[in-house]
Design a protein around this ligand. Sequence first.
Ligand code: NAG
Ligand code: NAG
Ligand code: NAG
Ligand code: NAG
Ligand code: NAG
Length: 516
Amino acid sequence: MSNSILVLSLLLVIGNYGVQFFFVDGVVDEYTRKYFPSEFVFGAGTSAYQYEGAVLEDGRSFSIWDTFAHSGVPWYNGANGDITVDGYHKYKEDIQLMVDTGLEAYRFSISWSRLIPNGRGSINIKGLQFYNDFINRIIAHGIQPHVTLHHFDLPQILEDEYGGWISRKSVKDFIAYADVCFREFGDRVLHWNTFNEANVFTLGGYDYGFSPPGRCSSPFGITNCSKGDSTSEPYLVAHHLLLAHASAARLYRQKYKAMQHGFVGINLLGFWFEPYTNTTRDAKAAHRANEFYLGWFLNPLVNGDYPEIIKKNAGNRIPTFTKFESERIKGSFDFLGLNHYSTLYVKDDPNSLENDVRDFIADMAVTYTFGNGNEFFPTQFQVNPLGLQKLLNYVKEEYKNPPIYIHENGQFLPHNGTLMDTPRVEYLHAYIGALLDALRNGSNTKGYFIWSFLDLLEVAGGYSTGYGLYYVDMDDKELTRYPKMSAHWYTNFLKGKNMSAIIQNFMVKHSFSSSH
Ligand SMILES: *[C@@H]1O[C@H](CO)[C@@H](O)[C@H](O)[C@H]1NC(C)=O
Ligand SMILES: *[C@@H]1O[C@H](CO)[C@@H](O)[C@H](O)[C@H]1NC(C)=O
Ligand SMILES: *[C@@H]1O[C@H](CO)[C@@H](O)[C@H](O)[C@H]1NC(C)=O
Ligand SMILES: *[C@@H]1O[C@H](CO)[C@@H](O)[C@H](O)[C@H]1NC(C)=O
Ligand SMILES: *[C@@H]1O[C@H](CO)[C@@H](O)[C@H](O)[C@H]1NC(C)=O
């Protein structure tokens, strides 16, 4: 479809569209950008493998995500990141779109195998130039870079050499890679995130086998993995990620902090777990699930050790920290990155503890669903902004209220060409309102990033679903970007408009007719 036809049909649709937003009880729905502190940042994000493409260009080598996407997993529907939205070639125009959208910050990741194709050792000058130019350009437009070092994409060569994150050798290579990034980019990048979704990388990659490197063992994986051990590898990998994070953070503090004044954090997926029923059993089960998913990493980071309940249920399958390691990990983060999408409903399942062969999920002794019904995976997330409030409140109370960046929040919808993404606007409006409530209630949150800036190769659906503010038609050779309604909505918010008024009249008056 040509651009002008698309815009025209959009206007026609909008003209006839009776928008029915619903507001959620207990969440502020009238707000403007000014209700948030001026130093609070709003942005959007992408990650290297999902955005860049050009996977074997200019010296880049494969990461474990390339290998995984090429292994024929059914839920990618044959898709991979070989080209994806071709960000490696289109980043200049995308940066212009960031400016048009009014982003204050941008979250992206560096591809380790583009910067250091052998995993360790010499730097790929072309890779260095790419990230330097990207960073320089966004900064020239006043957009803060927030950089992730590892977004599910360890260089494949290290996976082949020693098994990647199941080996402790990965820690040393990660520190050397982080050192290169701090040294080369740290004069301009102040916000460093070591690992994206450390907990999901671990469970998805080594227990369920649904994400790279796709390891699991029967009967636990959701697929027939050729390698892995779901009972112990997740605990081992988490241990190595924590050691690698803490050592990189220490390196930054010792070698760079005084000169560069930046911050190093780590990112986790924060589901919020609600009891499925109001029984005490399910309430305890939900609390346990939160401790397993978040406390697994947060308790070592804040208190120096794994939660007692995990140590008890995992027994000798979870490694122990030496006193030295424990002290190094404790306090080794300047901020916590949280990705939040949905609330899960939890039922107690004590029987799972009676099995001798258990994985992390069995150790947690719960079952859970996405809705109050029985569906395993929904077609879109329930709008449940109170879950975000409760999550932020939980971190505040249980983990000493650390600075937080919401690194990802957003709604997925079919990637089918519609630009009228009303459910996404509704979702974002409600969650930003919930965030405001949480801030007013004392949460130390410092920023918020929508996932994703544009449609990308998605972890759980290839190109069949998208989260983007901008639509990309994957069959269009030009891979042209088109703003969805949510992009216009976000622009209005970032410009300081009254969002209650915008929402009420939104499409007709404020966004589309004035901008096209
Ligand atoms: C896994 O292998 C079993 C036995 O060969 C087969 O029945 C099952 O369909 C396979 N599952 C998947 C997800 O490939
Ligand atoms: C649970 O909810 C039911 C129905 O609303 C109510 O009758 C019951 O007292 C509640 N139980 C507890 C433990 O709160
Ligand atoms: C595309 O998905 C949206 C849901 O976001 C749905 O409302 C719409 O009918 C779909 N359009 C087509 C052409 O399938
Ligand atoms: C606000 O904070 C207080 C104290 O931490 C807590 O008890 C309360 O549940 C919080 N409210 C919400 C909506 O999170
Ligand atoms: C925002 O707009 C609503 C009407 O939609 C109005 O009631 C409210 O007073 C406005 N708020 C501000 C802060 O201007």
